[in-house]
Structures are given as C-alpha cells and as structure tokens.
Design a protein around this ligand. Structure first.
Ligand SMILES: C[S@@+](CC[C@H](N)C(=O)[O-])C[C@H]1O[C@@H](n2cnc3c(N)ncnc32)[C@H](O)[C@@H]1O
Length: 300
C-alpha cells in the first residue's frame, strides 16, 4: 500500500506560522518522503536533509527524488535520528551553522514496511519474524520470542504492549517453542489467535503483542527519549520541532521530554493535534496520530 503522510495540513500550518520562510528542513523519518515532498513543494527554496534507518527508504529516495538530489535540494543519508554523531559535521556544513528551521520526526513504521510480509511486522502476511526497521540491527523478534524466559516476555508484553494479563499467551509461546522454534509472523499470530480468539471487533488479537516486540526490537521508546534534546539543539533560533506519535507510551515520552526542555523553548500547541474525521476516513493510520510542536527560543 502507498504511504499517505499523516497530519499534513497541520504540519504545513505549523511551518507557515514561522516568523520567516523556512530555509533548512531536517526530516528524521523520511519513509516515502510524503511530508518532505509537500514541504518542498510549498517552499521551492527549502533545503532538505533527510535520514531513515531503513535501506529501502533510502533506495526509494534515490529513485523517486533523483531530481531533487541532483539539484542539491535534498540530501538523504541512512541513519538513526537519535545517532547523528557521525553526520554532525555534514549537518553543520549543510545549514552553515544557522540550524534547521523545521525538524520532523514521524514515528513508527511506514505502510510499505507494515504491508510487506518479508519485513516481519505484519500479523496478516506471512514472513520471517523479523521487525527490524534497520536491517543491520542485531536483534530480531524471532530471537526474543524464542529465547527470552517467561518472566521477561510477560514484562515486555505488559510494559510495551500494555497487555494486562499476558500469562496465557506467554505460556503458550513457551510450550510451542519447546517443540519447534518460531520462524514466521503467521506462526506467532496464529498461536495468539487460537489462544485469545477475536475479542475486540476489528482489532487482531496479536496487535499489542506485535507492537511490544516491534518497540523492543527497534528500541523505539529509548530512541525518542534520547533524540528529543539533540533535535532541539539542532533547531535554528525560533525553529520548530514537530513530533508525530502513534501510541500512548511514545506520546507520553515526547510530552515529558519536551516539558523538560522548557528553558530551551516552549510548546506551540498546548493540546495535541489529532487528525479530523475526514482524514481518518481516508487514511485509518491517522486515527491514533498525535502531533506535538516545540518552538525553540523565547516565545514572542
Ligand atoms: C511513519 S514512516 C514516515 C513516513 C514519512 N513521513 C512520509 O511521509 O513518507 C516512519 C519512517 O521512519 C523510519 N524510522 C523510524 N524510526 C527511525 C529512527 N529512529 N531513525 C531513522 N529512521 C526511523 C522508518 O524506517 C520509516 O521509514
């Protein structure tokens, strides 16, 4: 499925409200470049530096943004937005010390990552139990499911999946893997389906279990916490950091991390921005999206 960028209108609005035309944009989660494309269309002079940890996102950019790359309007690098040390010199040379006027991190996975069975994120499509966004990562979901003991698995599903009583599923995993190690997404999803049945209408019973595994494999919560202060430092004076989250744990981390930076700037929107019904109807992924925006410097 094509990736539809979420909350595009409020993102553009937040960018238009800057006290000057944005010149330098840092996209920490390039994906399929939906947000980047819209911002570059809006401001033809905008210079974009984008990263993504997924090799496929980089290949996509090289093919579909070849013109922008050739014209020097887009620089794309494979990196984790929380680990930009190696790129610091290049980033500084890019904006000449001015900092970025706009920074966006649109967290989580893209639709193509989710839909492709071979990436291992989907409980509907058969594929290796992988779930790494960065294919160079050492830990896969398969390793966790096959090697963690029952207490650690239960803690993982409770804390990251917010599953109240994961005991039955954990026991079934331990029992099943004694006979044969899990290899694929459908093996695990099928076991959870048999264990729990379909309770919530429209929600696959493995949803929270898969989410917990994905968050752990990619250390997604740690990454957000670690990145936010660094990204604020990369902003220009009165530049804006925009963060889109997709679930409550991630959003809570963003909220508190930004609050702790009150000496560096302030929140633009006191209440989180969510997608209107019309957007959710067109793009169900937008249902749980929340946008927080932080402006560096003293509010005018
Ligand atoms: C929700 S998609 C972004 C979609 C993008 N805004 C668009 O409009 O096409 C998230 C993307 O960010 C990448 N990603 C997630 N966490 C990352 C991180 N810590 N560092 C770099 N890339 C990350 C994923 O690989 C994925 O391609």
């Amino acid at each position: 499925m094509e990736h539809i960028p979420v909350l595009l209108e409020p993102i553009l609005k937040m960018a238009k409200e800057l006290s000057r035309e944005p010149k330098y944009y840092f996209d920490g989660t390039f994906g399929r470049g939906g947000h980047a494309r819209a911002l570059m269309n809006e401001w033809p002079q905008l210079q974009t530096f984008a990263v993504d940890q997924d090799a496929e996102a980089i290949e996509f950019a090289q093919t579909h943004f070849a013109k922008e790359i050739a014209a020097g309007r887009l620089v794309i690098r494979r990196a984790n937005f929380a680990e930009l040390q190696e790129l610091q010199a290049e980033l500084r040379a890019f904006h000449g010390g001015a900092g970025f006027d706009l920074i966006l991190i649109d967290l989580g996975v893209s639709s193509p990552q989710l839909d492709r069975g071979d990436r291992g994120f989907s409980f509907y499509h058969e594929g290796p139990l992988d779930m790494r966004m960065d294919q160079r990562g050492e830990v896969t979901a398969k390793e966790i499911v096959n090697s963690w003991d029952s207490d650690d698995l239960a803690k993982l599903f409770r804390e990251l999946g917010e599953v109240r009583s994961p005991g039955r599923v954990v026991d079934a995993i331990i029992e099943a893997r004694r006979r044969q190690a899990f290899q694929t997404t459908r093996e695990l999803a099928g076991l959870i389906e048999r264990c729990l049945g379909w309770r919530k209408k429209g929600q696959h019973p493995a949803t929270q279990y898969f989410l917990a595994l994905r968050l752990e494999v990619n250390r997604e919560l740690d990454v957000v916490k670690q990145a936010i202060p660094q990204l604020v430092e990369m902003l220009s004076e009165s530049g804006r950091l925009m963060i889109i989250t997709f679930h409550s744990l991630e959003d809570r981390i963003a909220k508190y991390a930004l609050r702790e930076l009150c000496d560096r700037g302030s929140l633009v929107n006191k209440k989180v921005i969510q997608a209107p019904w019309a957007e959710v109807k067109k793009n169900p992924r937008a249902r749980s999206a929340k946008l927080r925006v932080f402006q560096k410097g003293v509010a005018s």
